[in-house]
Design a protein around this ligand. Structure first.
Ligand code: ZN
Length: 486
């Protein structure tokens, strides 16, 4: 995720001739704090029951109209028991939404819905690894709690309605029954959305069908890669569509599918083609785009920044820096997701640094600027570690200074310490590690790969710069003599 403000620092650097939208400069400071204020008050704690089941598949069938803040539909979940005897299954769902009924294999099932949890009695207890499924029918108005997880707004001179979802970190339960977990990806999903005919729905994976009947349009998206709950997303408005392509060496191509507002179509068509060049660079530096069998894409939405929804990033605009950042997340954030919010730099520090690498290799005039701006930002305040010690503060988790800038700079320093060969080999080895591929990673996973590639211990480096505060700036204390002279 990235949220930025325009600041005038680049004026001081004499680079005003570069007229591109200046998106090097991120700030979560005020906006993010405000938009996620809710979490500060009620830190979500993952259910202890999460470990009892493994979600293997979910099929979401929704009906929405972007002109109305409302959702109805059904979600079918296939799950496996991870315990010897499973009698109930629990899903996270806001109490603001109403569960109409629950079915298990076509039989109505008893359930309770309280404290934002739906608990379903299984008709037959499940043994270890036994598979079952349940369908929850529900409807209601998603709460406006401040998450911004289900938003409606307008765009263009005609004030056309637009609806989008943004569930990171724990907003999915505000619009669909799910398992909010950083330990269990959904192995596969189908997203089927019915809207008034004039709207189109963007989502994860590939579009397998689109049907118009009786003034409604139903679009069916299919995604066959494991996906974290908070990366499931839809965006709905009167989109125009076009594709860019990255031609690959074996003669195939990867589609980069763009869903944009009609009034911004020409502007977007001029800006998005660079995505292919950046994707090629990341493939060279890190490894193949992990979802090449499906697609990559952008869907325009009304938020100020971007969000790396898997295979379909939601974009407030199409500046170079934002495109590079959200694309980088497909490797680090989506394919490899963080195992705990303490490790957020594995998402944001990596995406920040890959964006830096895209400047170093493609938009080279901006590389010195990237280094200067982030170095300055890191040193704006004297303290703070990259590793998050207080996960009750969402403002701290998404701190642009610590998780983005300092996390990115940590990687740049590490590259200097161990050299280019070991650094990029370690990065590649981490990306292809079967332990974290399509799963979750902790800081220790990446440290191990850099140590192996560099054939040295990096304990001191990471103690200083990840877990510790590293740089500490102490303002000079003027002695009495100096003061008198002044
Ligand atoms: Zn990000």
């Amino acid at each position: 995720m990235i949220r930025f403000v325009h600041i005038l620092l680049f004026l001081c650097l004499g680079l005003i001739t570069i007229a591109q939208e200046n998106e090097l400069f991120i700030s979560d400071k005020i906006a993010l704090e405000e938009s996620r204020n809710f979490l500060l008050k009620s830190n979500f704690i993952e259910s202890q029951n999460n470990s009892l089941t493994d979600i293997v598949y979910q099929r979401m069938e929704w009906q929405v109209d972007p002109a109305i803040r409302y959702i109805s539909g059904k979600v079918t979940s296939y799950f496996k028991s991870e315990t010897e005897l499973l009698n109930t299954i629990e899903f996270d769902l806001s109490d603001s939404l109403i569960v109409d009924s629950v079915f298990i294999r076509n039989n109505s099932a008893a359930f309770t819905h309280q404290n934002n949890k739906v608990e379903i009695n299984l008709q037959e207890s499940l043994l270890l690894n036994q598979l079952d499924s349940a369908t929850i029918f529900y409807h209601g108005v998603p709460p406006t709690s401040g998450f911004g997880s289900f938003e409606t707004s307008f765009h263009g001179t005609e004030f056309t309605p637009v609806l989008w979802t943004l569930s990171e970190p724990y907003g999915a339960m505000e619009w669909w029954p799910c398992k909010q977990s950083l330990a269990d990806k959904i192995d596969s999903i189908d997203v089927i959305v019915k809207t008034p005919e004039q709207y189109k729905t963007a989502s994860n994976g590939i579009l397998v069908s689109e049907q118009v009947n009786d003034s409604t349009r139903t679009m069916h998206w299919k995604h066959r890669f494991p996906i974290a709950t908070y990366l499931v997303a839809i965006a709905v408005t009167n989109y125009e569509r076009y594709s860019d392509y990255l031609e690959t060496e074996n003669g195939d191509s990867i589609e980069i599918l763009n869903y944009v507002y009609p009034e911004d179509l020409e502007d977007a068509k001029g800006k998005t083609p660079v995505t292919a060049e950046i994707m090629q660079l990341y493939q060279n530096l890190v490894g193949d785009y992990p979802f090449a069998a499906e697609k990559y894409g952008h869907a325009q939405f009304g938020w100020g920044g971007g969000m790396e929804h898997q295979t379909m990033s939601f974009m407030g605009s199409f500046g170079y820096g934002l495109i590079a950042h959200e694309l980088a997340h497909q490797w680090f954030g989506d394919y490899i997701t963080l195992g705990s919010w303490q490790d957020i730099w594995l998402n944001e520090g990596f995406a920040t640094y890959l964006t830096g690498l895209s400047y170093e290799n493609i938009e080279t005039d901006w590389w010195p600027v990237w280094k200067q701006v982030y170095s300055d930002q890191v040193k704006q305040e004297p303290d703070g570690s990259v590793y998050v010690t207080d996960t009750t503060s969402v403002a701290r988790i998404f701190s642009s200074r610590l998780s983005y800038a300092k996390g990115g700079y940590l990687l740049h320093m590490l590259r200097w310490v161990i050299g280019d060969d070991a650094f990029f080999q370690g990065l590649k080895n981490y990306f292809t590690d079967p332990k974290v591929a399509n799963g979750f990673a902790y800081s220790e996973d990446v440290i191990k790969h850099f140590e192996q590639a560099a054939d040295t211990s990096l304990t001191e480096f990471f103690n200083d710069w990840l877990y510790g505060e590293g740089f500490r700036f102490t303002p000079p204390v003027l002695n009495q003599l100096t003061k008198e002279k002044q």
